[in-house]
Design a protein around this ligand. Structure first.
Ligand SMILES: CSC[C@H]1O[C@H](OP(=O)(O)O)[C@H](O)[C@@H]1O
Length: 343
């Protein structure tokens, strides 16, 4: 069911977003008809995941046009509202890329904007399916095992994080569909638990065998030889292959390098940002301290303690065995660069 799940759906008059803060225990939808509600939904991770917030941002241009027509905004006022959507979260480049793409149709009006946003969504699903296939092909050839594979993943990179199917979880789904997946180790992914709440929910929907593990267990699981490869997503990939992804990712890449197993990043080319030369130039979103210091409204740390809450970290391209995009697999640690991929 979740393969066809649509985290972001245009209703004809607005957006329907699956509220990912309510999963896995409640499946509820948030209706969006104005820019402030959309910006809030992106900031609170009601909708989340680089390609999914890219799709939401793409339709956000239509939301701004419709709201502007209702409230008598000038074109300049509407553009300012779109800019607030574009800036709702700083790290995932898909949000900026997809808004900018749809804005090229702004002067043509609502129908053209909606057509472009629909193309963004359609192309993301197509890209994810292609990534799943090429990532699975590469893994089966590289690992060369005649048995099903054991994959570790971090955060959520499935249908919930994209326009459908998923990026890293799309590779997992493809291995499962081919009968070549033994088990998935899904990091819980503190502090917001995208792994234990969302990835586990998606894997259960499809009967994929998995364990949820503490983020701190990942390196030991890898070093004990219990994993054949790690496959993760990305929020922004710099020109040199440095990759920003959910906090905790770089530790997995280091463990994979030490253990000598592949570390794959699966992301559509809309996540590649050639204008960012390397990982040091990627803006890492710092989120509120309370996400670290509380859980479900209960304080877990002492009252006087402070929280440090970077939402992402940067994995050097030298640790990225393969970057899986819809165009194939780029062996970054072997010197292949994203620009070689985008020509
Ligand atoms: C398919 S990309 C998903 C990517 O986005 C997540 O971040 P967030 O949950 O904060 O939106 C995480 O970095 C995933 O790898």
């Amino acid at each position: 069911m979740s393969q066809e799940l649509r985290a972001v759906e245009w209703t004809g008059t607005g957006l329907a977003l699956i509220d990912q803060t309510a999963l896995p225990h409640r499946t509820v939808s948030v209706e969006v008809h104005d820019v402030d509600t959309l910006v809030d939904a992106i900031r609170r991770l009601v909708v989340r995941g680089a390609p999914a917030i890219g799709a939401a941002g793409a339709y956000g241009v239509a939301i701004a046009l419709l709201q502007g027509a209702r409230e008598g905004w000038t074109p300049a006022g509407t553009r300012e509202a779109v800019a607030r959507v574009r800036e709702a979260r700083p790290t995932a480049v898909n949000l900026m890329v997809c808004v900018d793409r749809v804005m090229t149709r702004f002067d043509e009006g609502l129908d053209a904007v909606l057509a472009e946003a629909a193309a963004v969504q359609r192309e993301d699903v197509e890209a994810n399916r292609a990534m799943g296939a090429s990532g699975a092909d590469w893994l089966l050839k590289r690992v060369g095992a005649d048995r099903p594979l054991r994959i570790l993943t971090h955060c959520n990179t499935g249908a919930l994080a994209t326009a459908g199917w998923g990026t890293a979880l799309g590779v997992v789904r493809e291995l499962h569909a081919r009968g070549r997946l033994e088990v998935v180790y899904a990091d819980e992914t503190r502090p917001l638990l995208q792994g234990s709440r969302l990835t586990a929910w998606e894997l259960l929907q499809e009967g994929i065998e998995h364990f949820v593990q503490a983020d701190g267990a990942a390196a030991g699981t890898i070093l004990r030889g219990e994993v054949d490869a790690a496959v993760v997503g990305a929020d922004r990939i710099a020109a040199n292959g440095d990759t920003a992804n959910k906090v905790g990712t770089v530790g997995i890449a280091l463990a994979c390098a030490y253990a000598g197993i592949p570390f794959l990043v699966a992301a559509p080319t809309t996540t590649v940002d050639l204008a960012t030369p390397d990982g040091s130039a990627i803006h890492i979103e710092l989120r509120g301290e309370d996400e670290i210091l509380e859980w479900a409204g209960t304080r877990t740390a002492p009252a006087a303690s402070r929280g440090h809450n970077p939402a992402f970290d940067v994995t050097p391209g030298s640790l990225v065995t393969g970057l899986v995009t819809e165009r194939g697999v780029l062996e970054v640690s072997a010197g292949e660069l994203p620009a070689d991929h985008l020509r």
